[in-house]
Design a protein. Structure first.
Length: 228
């Protein structure tokens, strides 16, 4: 199907609007086959500028390695009056575990426990259930423990473009409150505490793409067996 270049921005706008998850740039390029990448990037930049005005109730955000329309944070209290809002709730143990995995992935449960100083099977299970982390495979070590990493759901929940968008130790320490909500602020403080307690606080978080295995539940069961 040929693409009317004069309507390119409008077409991309519609694609992002109807997508039920952040729409990856590669997906947009696949749909608009034949349109140069540069033209697509220009159209997206045009849309981002269009929705960047403070008076707009909708913003075009780059999140979870894709693009998604989101309500303006200034209007959140009004939106809650229409839409039932159920923020993700995590215990302190789960928050600590998530922070450790986010900054040190790929890592094992043993790695998490080395930082926390306590057994961490329960918070790991909670994070798996909420799809904030997933199983990436097994480490080539004694017992072949499971390796964990964060998911796209994690990026979307915390409004992160990708893992490189995670706040640095310096950024967290200089900010008393993050821009999103109290939940993100709690995670930020937890991340700060965990980063300060690691052996190498200057370690780079790196860039890491998490991938879901075909049947991670089987691996989880095996891991539970080996940890007992």
């Amino acid at each position: 199907m040929s693409v009317d270049r004069s309507r390119l921005a409008s077409i991309i706008e519609s694609l992002i609007f109807v997508s039920d998850e952040p729409l990856a740039i590669r997906r947009i390029r696949n749909i608009l086959e034949g349109v140069p990448a540069g033209e697509i990037d220009e159209a997206i930049s045009f849309l981002k500028n269009k929705y960047s005005d403070f008076n707009n109730g909708i913003r075009l955000e780059e999140v979870a390695e894709g693009y998604q329309f989101r309500t303006a944070p200034e209007n959140v209290e009004w939106v809650k009056m229409l839409v039932e809002y159920r923020p993700t709730r995590l215990s302190k143990a789960a928050m600590e575990t998530l922070a450790i995995i986010a900054y040190n992935q790929p890592c094992t449960k043993v790695d998490v426990e080395a930082v926390r100083g306590v057994e961490s099977s329960s918070p790991v299970s909670v994070l798996l259930e909420k799809n904030l982390i997933n199983i990436l495979g097994r480490k080539e070590a004694v017992g072949r423990p499971l390796i964990y990493g964060t998911t796209k759901e994690f990026l979307e929940t915390f409004n992160l473009k990708d893992l490189d968008d995670l706040p640095t130790l310096k950024e967290i320490s200089e900010s008393e409150v993050m821009d999103t909500d109290q939940f993100n602020s709690e995670l930020a403080r937890t991340m700060l505490e965990q980063r300060q307690s690691t052996d190498d606080p200057n370690q780079d978080k790196g860039s890491f793409q998490s991938e879901t295995l075909d049947d991670p539940s089987k691996l989880k069961d095996q891991d539970d067996d080996t940890s007992n």
